[in-house]
Design a protein. Sequence first.
Length: 402
Amino acid sequence: MSRPVQHPFHFPVAARYAGMESSPLKDIFTLAAREDVVSFAGGIPDPDLFALEDVAASYDWVLTHQGHRALQYGVSEGEVELREQAAARLSRSLPTAASQIRITSGSQEGLFVVAEALLEPGDVVLVESPTYLAAVQAFSVHGARMVGVETDDDGVVPEALEEAIRTHHPRMVYLIPTFQNPTGRTMPVARRQAVADVLQRNDVPLIEDDPYGELSFTGSTWAPIASLPGMGERTLLLNSMSKLMSPGLRIGWIRAEGPILDTLAVAKAAISMQSSVVDQLTVARYLETTDLDAHVTRVAAVYRERRDAMAQAIAPVLPAGAHVTHPDGGMFLWTALGDGYDAQTMLMDAVEAGVAYLPGWSFFAENPDRSTMRLSFVTHSPAVIEQAITRLGEVIARHGRN
C-alpha cells in the first residue's frame, strides 16, 4: 500500500497578515543586533543611560515588601499605585484622576487596545503623512483604512485635516504632536488650537500619542492637545515609560474620560488580561522615590549632543535640494533626499558599508515618498555617529550618480 505524498504543513494565515512574514519593526531589531552595522534604524535608547541602580532598588523593594502580590494576577485597569503616579505626572498639564488611567504594556499595546475598542472593519483613520509605522499596522490589522493628511514643518495642516474629515468621515484621527515619529516635528501651540477647533467643529475623536514629549532639548515643554478646552473628553492620550525609564519594562498608559474607560479595560483584558504586576509596581515605586525629571534632563542633554553630531555630519553629504529636520527633542531626524533616490534600494549598499537606517516609505499610509529615511541619533556616541554618517554619505553619492 503506497503512502500518501507528504507536503510541508502550513497554517492558514488571516488575510490581514498575508505577506507579512516580516515587518519594518521586526527588521529594526534584527539590524540593531548586528555587531558589524551601526544602526540608526530604531529608536533604541542607549542602555548606558539607564538608571540601573534605581530600577534595581525599586524591584528589590517591591519583591521584598509586596512579593506575593507582585507575582499574582492583577486587574485589567492596572495597579492603583501606578495609576496614581501616572495621573500625578499628567496633572501637570491636564487634571487627571487615577480612575482615568488604563495601564498598557507600552504605548504599542495601547494602540492595539484603542483599535480593539473603537474600530470596525472599513473604518477610516486619518493620520499624519508620514506617521508612526506601527500605528498604521495596529489599525490596519483591525480592518481600518488609513488616509494620510498633508503636513508641513508645524505638523498636520488644519485645512487639509478638515477637508479630509468632510471627505472621508473618519472614525478617529491619530496624531503625534510632540517630537513626532518619524519626522521629529513639533506642533506649535497655535497649530494645536487650530487642530482642536477642527476636531470639535466636526465632532471627531483624537488619539494623541505622546511617548517622546518629555525628551526636550530646549527646556520647553508642550501641553498635549488633550489639555485644550473641550478636548479632554474627546481624546485618548497615550504615554509610555519606554523612552524615559526603560523599554524592557513595557509599561505605558491611556488617559481617557467617561464610559470609554470601561471599554478600554474590556479590550485590554481580551488582549493580555493585564500588564505585568511586578513591573507595574516597580515603575510605581520608581516614580514615587526617584527624581525622574532629573534623569530625563541628563538623558536629554546626551541626546541633544548626539542630534547635533548627526545634523552636523549629515548636512555636507546630502544632495542639493535635500531636506532634513532639526528636532527640538525626541529621537529622530527625517531626511528627504529628493527626486532620483530610493532609500529602500539604497539600504542594502548602506548595510554593506556598515550603517543602517529605516527607509521612509513604511511611514506613509499612502503615496509614499521613497526618497525619505528615518535616522535615530540616540543609540550611539557622537564619534560613532560621525564615522557612520560619513560612510552613509559615500553610499548616497554613489546612488546619486546612478
